[in-house]
Design a protein around this ligand. Structure first.
Ligand code: SAM
Ligand code: DTB
Ligand code: SF4
Length: 326
């Protein structure tokens, strides 16, 4: 039985990460089956509730105000629009609904009150409600929890060393602080990263080291392949290969066997065979719906056909107990 460990060393992680790919996938598939029903995949839907105009300088992001991308700025959506999207997602078989805002951080203002109201509304539909709103204080995390927030997404994105090549307007420490505030409020933690930013394999190992040695592993770990967007500094980055994606997913699965590993951005460019290989390597969650936040994603229909072909079933919501409040 693959143990849950928070004391992984960098050399152990490297040894796993660099295994011959088929052995690596086999070991990850074995660990996956010890903790999960391998035919179940969690289906989540994303909605951008506030789009573009973000003051941060994340080099990958089409929503940063300082880059000239085709993303249209949109103020915070109305609660009714959000509930309508959440209902559609539920009807299409999604069990988690994640609302994203192009904010550096949450401010204690009317917009936050409106988001709290959206959280209440989506929660009352019986969906696992998730938000990704940037940095949070302790108090804000508690308010979100009280409103019924189930999970919070806040990615480390890459290694601490490479982080400053990608983002200069906040620090790695800021990210870790928010994650701690989320954890302390008893909210399920969703934290992962992006590959294809120009980072080295050592950076990928380092990010996996940080994630897998947190006092508690994140309940979900999104693995995003960079979607290069015109107008961003990373627009000309080459597409990551399936082998890199597999190595990342499989290593994350072995290091954090209980976590949901989400095959996140990048699926639009992947074939069904490539995605099937990712599920074999331990991915057990996807974003479904024809848009991520601003970029295209396979449609509900395409994914339903893929599930049918691969014999996969959507995982029911709230399958595991809510995390305990520390
Ligand atoms: N503003 C908040 C923040 O940065 O935490 C929430 C929204 S932000 C868009 C959420 C995550 O989307 C980022 O942390 C990053 O991992 C991912 N992301 C953004 N642009 C991406 C891209 N072009 N390709 C892949 N992932 C991307
Ligand atoms: C995550 O790790 N990936 C999602 C979600 N968390 C918020 C976002 C992907 C965004 C891809 C670029 C876009 O659509 O704007
Ligand atoms: Fe803003 Fe988030 Fe995009 Fe960075 S990733 S520019 S914080 S929306």
């Amino acid at each position: 039985m693959q143990q849950i460990r928070n004391d992984w060393t960098r050399s152990e992680i490297k040894e796993i990460y660099y295994k011959p790919i088929l052995n690596l996938v086999y070991e990850a598939a074995t660990a996956h089956r010890q903790y999960h029903t391998a035919s179940e995949v969690q289906v989540c839907t994303l909605l951008s509730i506030k789009t573009g105009g973000c003051p941060e300088d994340c080099s990958y992001c089409p929503q940063a105000a300082r880059y000239h991308t085709e993303t249209k700025v949109h103020a915070l959506l109305k609660k009714e629009e959000v509930i309508e999207s959440a209902l559609k997602a539920k009807e299409a078989g999604s069990t988690r609904f994640c609302m994203g805002a192009a904010w550096r951080e949450v401010r204690d203002n009317k917009d936050f009150d409106r988001v709290l109201d959206m959280v209440k509304g989506v929660n009352s539909l019986g969906l696992e409600v998730c938000c990704t709103l940037g940095m949070l204080t302790d108090e804000q995390a508690k308010k979100l929890k009280e409103a019924g927030l189930y999970a919070y997404n806040h990615n480390l994105d890459t290694s601490e060393e490479f982080y400053e090549e990608i983002i200069t307007t906040r620090t790695y420490e800021d990210r870790l602080n928010t994650l701690e505030n989320v954890r302390n409020a008893g909210i399920s933690v969703c934290c992962g990263g992006i590959i294809g930013l120009g980072e080295s394999n050592d950076d990928r190992v380092e990010m996996l080291y940080t994630l897998s040695t947190l006092p508690e592993h994140p309940e979900s770990v999104p693995v995003n392949a960079l979607v290069p967007v015109e107008g961003t500094p990373l627009q000309d980055q080459p597409r990551v290969s399936i082998w890199e994606m597999l190595r990342m997913i499989a290593t994350a699965r072995i290091l954090m066997p209980k976590a949901m590993i989400r095959l996140s951005a990048g699926r639009q460019e992947m074939s069904t065979v490539e995605q099937a290989f990712c599920f074999m390597a331990g991915a057990n969650s996807i974003f479904s719906g024809d848009k991520l936040l601003t970029t295209p994603n396979p449609s509900f229909g395409d994914d339903a056909a893929m599930f049918e072909l691969l014999g996969l079933q959507p995982r029911e919501s709230f399958k595991e107990e809510q995390v305990s409040v520390c």
